[in-house]
Design a protein around this ligand. Structure first.
Ligand code: HEM
Length: 320
């Protein structure tokens, strides 16, 4: 028996106490405290509400007070303070808050660290601090985040479709007026461009394949010939006529453009306008964006020099 029961038994066994249960209300006994009806404990008086009260002696009152204290000590501890329930949008994970039906599981160390740093006990799940619980943001659900649980869906309803903003989408303009930066180069070709119909097998890709082949001699010079110093007198003889190749100067370098002629998108006549002379300006007027150095690498003959700088070049005399 618990201690409080012991005291009740001890109290009932006191000889000076008299129990009374003889008063009847509406014909029924209202007080049945005594198991020995012959002992009178006090007077059970009927009050205004028709209920019976006990009137006991001071000794009995003192004993009842002690019993009351003991009962209070025997009472279970008061319930924990009221906790603010988690909002329905937050789905507690298994390591944050165990379900009531499941036994308490060992918590992850990260959670313990988190809660201890917040000052709350390890049994209290952390509540997101933003937005605050009483904020209009949280009340209106205006936060874009994890999918929210609609209260109506708790009772089996479906979530309503997401509401689109009534505001129109920003005007991104037409493709022609995009935000892309304007072209950087300001060189405008001064001469009209006219593409010609190239014969089969003479596409830019065919030229790229041919010019990258190591076995093809595109310069027209004997194999092993070093790069030449080409004076203007020699350059003007290389026009592509009388059985000679056509040379041109681009950026100070002399190229044999004869093998490239059937591949030139602008046609052979256009290309030959630069033959036997410096074609740098002409080239730049038509297509300054073309990478001539890369395209004509295999056609390189030498460098353009002044007339007096070619003495001792035996190769040039042989070519004449
Ligand atoms: C000497 C080296 C030259 C090379 C490597 C070369 C290369 C090219 C290339 C790659 C194109 C096509 C460009 C494109 O489609 O955007 C082209 C087109 C053209 N080239 Fe040349 N070119 C050369 C010299 C010349 C010369 C000296 C002229 C005229 C004086 C000329 C006149 C043209 C013309 C009129 C086009 C028009 C094609 C078009 O309208 O697209 N080219 N050239």
């Amino acid at each position: 028996c618990p201690p409080s029961s012991w005291f009740i038994l001890q109290w009932l066994q006191q000889p000076q106490l008299n129990f009374s249960s003889t008063k009847h209300l509406h014909g029924a006994p209202t007080v049945e405290l005594s198991e020995t009806p012959e002992e009178k404990v006090g007077e059970a008086n009927q009050n205004d509400n028709g209920f019976a009260d006990f009137v006991s002696s001071p000794q009995i009152a003192d004993t009842a007070a002690r019993k009351h204290d003991l009962d209070r000590k025997a009472m279970p501890p008061p319930p924990p303070p009221f906790k603010i329930p988690l909002p329905p949008t937050i789905k507690p994970s298994s390591n944050l808050a165990p379900t009531p039906s499941s036994p308490p599981t060992p918590r992850a160390p990260t959670f313990n660290l988190l809660t201890s740093s917040l000052g709350s006990g390890p049994s209290e799940p952390s509540i997101p601090s933003f937005p605050s619980l009483n904020s209009a943001q949280r009340a209106s659900g205006g936060i874009r985040g994890p999918p929210r649980l609609n209260p109506s869906s708790v009772s089996g309803g479906l979530m309503p479709p997401l509401q689109r903003s009534p505001l129109p989408l920003p005007n991104r303009g037409s493709p022609s007026s995009s935000l892309a930066p304007p072209p950087t180069h300001t060189t405008i070709p001064t001469k009209p461009r006219r593409k010609v119909l190239l014969t089969p097998g003479h596409s830019p890709l065919d030229w790229a394949r041919l010019s990258s082949s190591p076995t093809v001699n595109l310069s027209g010079l004997p194999a092993g010939t070093p790069y030449l110093k080409v004076p203007p007198s020699l350059l003007k003889q290389m026009t592509g006529r009388k059985g000679k190749d056509a040379w041109t100067v681009l950026g100070g370098k002399v190229y044999n453009i004869t093998p490239y002629a059937p591949y030139h998108p602008g046609g052979d006549p256009e290309l030959m306008k630069a033959a036997g002379r410096d074609g740098t300006r002409l080239f730049g007027e038509v297509h300054p964006w073309v990478n001539w150095e890369g395209m004509l690498e295999g056609c390189l003959v030498g460098v353009a020099v002044e007339e007096g700088d070619v003495k001792g070049q035996g190769v040039l005399e042989e070519m004449d």
